[in-house]
Ligand binder design. Structure first.
Ligand SMILES: NC(=O)c1ccc[n+]([C@@H]2O[C@H](COP(=O)([O-])OP(=O)(O)OC[C@H]3O[C@@H](n4cnc5c(N)ncnc54)[C@H](O)[C@@H]3O)[C@@H](O)[C@H]2O)c1
Length: 443
């Protein structure tokens, strides 16, 4: 008997055992607390750090410092809720338009800025959300933010992965629509920082859908997919019916994953979801990591630009789409989005709409022609170096079939590349104060 009891006695009362158990409990407890603190209060740990962000090619040479934009200082009095509510309140009640209350994620981004301004202009309530990450100059994002502030649009600074922030935002405002544009964009950067694509384009998008599905009423969602989902598809022009299961880059794969995730949330929870496959969007306030933007910078400085071509000198071409046309497509998608049919995480029987549209220009232009147009507009010859395109995820040609968007959204792009680039160059020269031109926000 005594022999049998001994080990159990030792186990219960041995002092070093006790200590060990206490310490283990303490460590487990601290790890759990740390995990929750990290999850809720600093989602930015997933963002690209300064040194990770050097790939977007030539962009670091773009001047950023000397831009002067009138600022509207945020008053210290009103609380965060007041700012959000004010921004979300529709302004113009004189039109017949049934006003929407839209959360625009990625509002400090290129497309997000233009879409937010267009919605506000027609009287809709708009609140932005952006984490101002450092993928490209944050000064450009901050200047876009000032533009929105001047128009009465508040951007909530935060990450779409921050569930408690999203919950708070949706508790504060009953959004009728979500225009989801926040994403890690760019094809080549995925080779440097793959996790940023997974975090924003897959986990972040799922987080947005998770919050939306649990609301009553659920908002309708319009979000940006990409023409890159066509990947290695060779049938042209690209139609929504074509295969999209051969992505050529991780970026494309995450956008395709988004489309599948959207399908499941529509199917299970009755969320109304519209995906828009944008084709190479360009224009004023554009993205510095895109060729038309950094070519302009380099041509002006007399620096060498690399023009890629395919094997046997095949040209690389893009279906460049002007920002104003894309904005019209986004607004039409919001206006025609049917209602979500579920509520509080449950489908209520009726099927909700699930749509996908190409938003392109239907006329691909070669990169060579893009350079010739820029040379004309800048009145300067480019110092070109032609290289074979490396296997980095870019595809040879993109070309949109937009007949579906034409039929269902009334989408009709009206800006050709030369006209659109002229507007971009005018903005660029003014914004970067090239040749002493002063920047004017028009406000
Ligand atoms: N511009 C194009 O040619 C193009 C083409 C196809 C698809 N798209 C898609 O359109 C959307 C808008 O693109 P854009 O050109 O305006 O890009 P952008 O990088 O200028 O805008 C995206 C914005 O989202 C923000 N953001 C990124 N991750 C976030 C996160 N986790 N939480 C909160 N904010 C976050 C960024 O700070 C940025 O301001 C993206 O979804 C992009 O993938 C763009």
């Amino acid at each position: 008997m005594e022999k049998e009891n001994k080990p159990s006695y030792r186990f219960r009362n041995h002092p070093s055992r006790k200590k060990l158990i206490c310490w283990s409990l303490l460590i487990v407890l601290s790890l759990t607390v740390m995990f929750f603190i990290l999850r809720t209060s600093s989602p930015s740990h997933t963002l690209p750090t300064e040194e990770l962000v050097e790939i977007p090619t030539e962009q670091d040479e773009i001047p950023t410092e000397h831009v002067q934009i009138p600022t509207t200082e945020v008053e210290t009095g009103p609380t965060w809720e007041d700012l959000v509510i004010k921004s979300s309140t529709p302004t113009d009640s004189t039109t017949h338009h049934h006003h929407k209350i839209v959360l625009v994620t990625g509002a400090a981004g290129f497309v997000g800025t233009h879409v937010s301004l267009a919605l506000k202009r027609r009287g809709d309530g708009v609140v932005g959300l952006d984490n101002f990450n450092k993928y490209y100059q944050t000064s450009l994002k901050r200047d876009r933010q000032k533009l929105l502030e001047n128009a009465g649009i508040f951007i909530v600074e935060g990450d779409i992965n921050d569930m408690s922030l999203l919950v708070k935002l949706f508790e504060t405002v009953k959004f009728t629509h979500v225009m989801h544009l926040a994403a890690q964009a760019g094809v080549r950067y995925a080779m440097k920082n793959p996790s940023s694509y997974i975090n924003s384009n897959i986990a972040g998008f799922t987080n947005v859908l998770e919050v939306c599905k649990s609301l009553n009423p659920q908002p309708a969602i319009v979000w940006a997919s990409s023409s890159s989902v066509y990947g290695l598809n060779t049938k042209r022009p690209f139609s929504e019916k074509d295969r999209t299961d051969q992505p050529a880059s991780l970026y494309a794969a995450t956008k395709k994953a988004g489309e599948e995730i959207a399908h499941s949330y529509n199917h299970i929870y009755g969320l109304s979801i519209t995906g828009l496959r944008f084709f190479t969007v360009y224009g004023p306030w554009g993205r510095p990591d895109m060729a038309y933007f950094f070519f302009t910078n380099k041509i002006l400085k007399g620096k060498k630009i690399t023009v890629y071509e395919g094997v046997k000198q095949k040209s690389v071409a893009r279906d460049f789409t002007y920002i104003d046309d894309i904005v019209k497509g986004c607004l039409a998608a919001l206006d025609t989005a049917g209602k979500s049919t579920g509520s509080e995480g449950k489908k209520k029987g009726l099927e909700a709409p699930l749509r996908i549209f190409n938003l392109g220009n239907t006329s691909p232009v070669t990169v060579g022609e893009l350079v010739r147009i820029l040379e004309r507009l800048l009145n300067k010859k480019a110092n070109k170096e032609v290289k074979e395109m490396p296997e980095n995820g870019d595809v040879m040609i993109t070309h949109a079939d937009i007949s579906l968007a034409e039929r269902e959204l009334g989408y009709k792009p009206t800006t050709d590349l030369e006209t659109g680039l002229k507007k971009f160059v005018e903005w660029y020269l003014a914004y970067y104060d090239v040749e002493g031109k002063k920047f004017d926000t028009g406000s």
